[in-house]
Design a protein around this ligand. Structure first.
Ligand code: DAH
Length: 354
């Protein structure tokens, strides 16, 4: 084979290889194969020594021309490959602007949150402060400072989750009474409510949950009387269940209040006639309350001769169940979207769906 035949064969081979390279990497390999230091084009130079001095420049020039041709073929193949890749990418990332958009669903306030906020609003308007206590509490604040010493039989009223002998999950929000009074150093007036979670060792069923919510209320000042308690709770009942509601107080027992009362509200559904909501009594029990026991005041450093007060504890779970006709307390805690979504419409209208 003459040198020029060899050269043109090399050129043909190179062109075929270049066109067959399907990606950047393959093209790079072709480049090394032909133009690299030990590549085929460099290999052609070995013939130089067989040539006369007159022939050498022309031969050298031809090899250079071949090198340039291959170089420029590689460059244009590179461009073709880059374009193909871009097009493939564009095809893949194509956006169909005619597709319907994804639905953005708006959340709704949890019925418990809604009920708690409604009660908070009322009491903020009456000049109360909102305070928060601890869910993990000392036996001292949960019981002893509330007139419930270790041996007290009323401790059995609240089955507790103890963490150590002295620490437990609070069984009610009442420890906030003791903590707040202690902080005020015997100085009234105190007007607080405390919403929060509480825990009891209960088997869960439609009306019981081992975790639920309470709102504690406490007012301590000079000359606070039972009639102040009654007026406040009447306002609360009307706010929650309608302006024509009435309340009644029944004697009861709580260690931290004396006297203690249980508060019923006239049935908002049957207006006192008797129905399934009020179990045909015309009244619904909604909270416990009473006048703060002098022992509670004294233990927290308040002079019980000078100061009197009232306290109450209510359960937003029960109130929300009554207001929204929810038949199972577990719905509040299982977070089933179908349950929660029902409250969107209530929120939109800003009223209860009784
Ligand atoms: N702590 C009581 C309970 O969980 C509820 C309660 C009753 C709170 C009377 C009070 C009160 O502040 O005065 O059963």
């Amino acid at each position: 084979m003459t040198q020029s035949e060899e050269m043109s064969q090399l050129k043909q081979e190179a062109l075929v290889d270049i066109n067959e390279a399907q990606d950047e990497k393959a093209l790079q390999d072709v480049k090394v194969k032909y133009l690299g230091k030990k590549g085929s084009v460099s290999g052609l130079m070995k013939h130089m020594k067989e040539l006369s001095n007159e022939e050498k420049p022309a031969y050298g020039q031809k090899v250079n021309e071949l090198r340039e041709t291959i170089k420029s073929e590689i460059a244009s193949r590179q461009e073709v490959l880059a374009n193909e890749q871009l097009e493939a990418q564009l095809r893949e990332e194509k956006i169909d602007v005619t597709l319907p958009s994804r639905e953005i669903s708006l959340g709704a306030k949890h019925p418990l949150t809604r009920t708690i906020e409604e009660i908070e609003d009322l009491f903020l308007g009456l000049g109360y402060e909102i305070v928060e206590g601890f869910e993990v509490e000392h036996d001292h604040y949960n019981f002893e400072a509330l007139n419930l010493p270790k041996s007290h039989p009323a401790r059995d009223m609240q089955d507790s989750f103890y963490i150590t002998d002295e620490i437990l999950m609070r069984t009610h929000t009442s420890p906030v009474q003791a903590r707040t009074l202690e902080k005020r150093n015997g100085q009234g007036p105190v007007k607080i409510i405390c919403p929060g979670k509480v825990y009891r060792r209960d088997s869960d069923d439609a009306t019981h949950s081992h975790q639920f919510t309470q709102i504690e209320g406490l007012v301590v000042a000079e000359n606070i009387r039972m009639s102040d308690l009654k007026g406040t709770l009447e306002l609360l009942a009307k706010e929650l269940f309608g302006a024509d509601r009435e309340i009644r107080l029944r004697p009861s027992y709580f260690p931290f209040t004396e006297p203690s009362v249980e508060v019923d509200v006239s049935c908002f559904k049957c207006k006192g006639e008797g129905c399934n909501v009020c179990k045909h009594t015309g009244w619904i029990e909604v909270l416990g309350s009473g006048m703060v026991h002098p022992n509670v005041l004294e233990m927290a450093g308040f002079d019980s001769e000078k100061y009197t007060g009232f306290a109450f504890g209510l359960g937003p779970d029960r109130i929300a169940m009554l207001k929204y006709g929810i038949e199972d307390i577990r719905h509040f805690y299982t977070n089933d979207m179908r349950f929660l979504e029902q409250f969107k419409s209530v929120e939109d209208r800003g009223e209860a769906e009784c």
